[in-house]
Ligand binder design. Structure first.
Ligand SMILES: [Zn+2]
Length: 229
């Protein structure tokens, strides 16, 4: 069995979406602090994390983008949604800031030699990290989906899709539209994935990306993994 780690690291001030607070990591205690009980001296180290529920590699809960009462928070979304079959489409050729069209999605699916099945997770490699990671343009200049392409995925019965960028669609109005389309169609998406290039051309795989059980959470960091049996 082969595991491919699709999650970014969580670390102090890791790049974040401009509308979310930064990740702050501090040392709570370390091995310089000795605890004595009887004849035993013990030391330990632990950290404190302050982070948005949309920090680093994460999944959006419906309540994030759906204002209707009853929209599910992350602790209410069935675990089955995060343990699915999956494919990854190669959209690495699209220009930065580009909104991927339906014909481009159809072309990428045809080139993959795969089909989209009901309940699938569909990952979209747009070579965002390769082109933007570590630069000030990372949270702004990424490509993403045109709203029609979000509907195209929903029409094929997916459960969720995932991208490397901080948003599923290019910054601004298109990003708002993509989130609202997810609400309308009952699907969701993951952001800030990595290593999607390692999935291209490898067919169908198992996707695992369980969220933390955050009461009322509007999303959650996930440890996203592709598993090839
Ligand atoms: Zn989102």
């Amino acid at each position: 069995m082969e595991f491919i780690d699709l999650s970014r690291e969580i670390y102090h001030r890791t790049p974040a979406h401009p509308s979310h607070p930064p990740v702050i990591v501090t040392v709570w205690n370390d091995h310089s602090e000795k605890k004595v009980a009887g004849n035993t001296v013990f030391t330990s180290k632990s950290l404190t994390l302050s982070l948005s529920d949309h920090s680093t590699t994460h999944v959006d809960a419906p309540v994030h983008f759906d204002p209707r009462p009853g929209a599910l928070s992350i602790d209410q979304v069935p675990l089955e949604k995060f343990y699915t079959e999956a494919i990854c489409l190669d959209l690495s050729h699209v220009p930065l800031k580009h909104a991927v069209t339906v014909p481009e999605m159809e072309d990428a699916l045809a080139r993959s030699g795969q089909e989209i099945r009901k309940g699938d997770t569909v990952l979209l490699w747009m070579a965002t990290n390769e082109r933007l990671w570590g630069t000030p343009r990372y949270p702004h200049d990424f490509p993403g989906l045109a709203v029609e392409s979000v509907h195209w995925l929903a029409d094929r019965g997916i459960g969720m899709f995932g991208v490397e960028a901080v948003s599923p669609a290019p910054e601004g109005e298109l990003n708002f539209q993509a989130h609202m389309a997810c609400a309308e169609r009952g699907i969701t998406h993951m952001e800030c994935l990595c290593n999607l290039d390692k999935l291209v051309g490898r067919g169908r795989f198992r996707f695992i990306g369980f969220p933390l059980k955050i009461r009322g959470g509007t999303g959650s960091p996930i440890r996203a993994v592709a598993v090839f049996e």
